[in-house]
Design a protein around this ligand. Structure first.
Ligand SMILES: [Mg+2]
Length: 195
């Protein structure tokens, strides 16, 4: 089986690290630093202008991607899945941001994440790229993801294990399996294989 896995807020605690640096950047610039967790995007969660959010990301993404923590059991469960499945990490992280591709591969290596292939957003659109297209091209059978729009799109074609967050709480469909821990993923894949 081919399993597609998102990185941010799926393998990693990304929002936590973004908010850490957003508080530093925001305090210096006199911006709001109290986020609304119902929103996925930084500019919406903090009420910043898009240009300010872009400036922040451009400056800090390298640090953020290097310093974030993996979610509990993520590394261990992915390693176990890789024994029986082909693992493709599919991320909207854009190759055009400075240091992003390097920071991503270095982080994965440092934390011992095992995978067969890593696919980043190679388009010029910093905010969107079609993971569904990548999934279909690579014959992905199952996707693990947290982003509401991507989950909605991909789940029309295959099951999606969706990490539970306030910004995706409105989503519900037969093909969407809400999970809170990597241990749930381990158990779900095991029973799916046996079915
Ligand atoms: Mg994500």
């Amino acid at each position: 089986m081919v399993i597609g896995i998102d990185i941010d807020n799926t393998i990693t605690h990304t929002t936590e690290m973004i908010m850490h640096y957003a508080r530093i950047f925001g305090a210096r610039k006199g911006l709001n630093t109290v986020s609304d967790p119902r929103f996925y995007y930084l500019e919406d969660a903090l009420g910043w202008d898009q240009a300010v959010a872009d400036e922040f990301l451009f400056q800090y993404l390298g640090h953020i991607y290097r310093e974030m923590r993996p979610k509990e059991k993520a590394v261990e469960v992915i390693r176990e899945l890789k024994k029986d499945h082909h693992i493709i990490l599919i991320t909207s992280r854009n190759q055009q941001y400075p240091q992003v591709e390097e920071a991503t591969s270095v982080w994965l290596k440092q934390h011992g994440v095992e995978y067969d292939r890593l696919i980043l957003n190679a388009t010029s659109n910093m905010h969107y790229f079609s993971k569904l297209a990548v999934c279909l091209e690579n014959q992905v059978d199952l996707m693990i993801e947290d982003h509401h729009d991507l989950v909605s799109e991909i789940s029309a074609h295959m099951p999606v294990l969706m990490f539970d967050y306030p910004y995706n709480s409105h989503l519900k469909a037969d093909n969407i399996i809400r999970v809170r821990h990597w241990e749930h993923i381990r158990l779900w894949v095991r029973s799916w294989q046996q079915a």
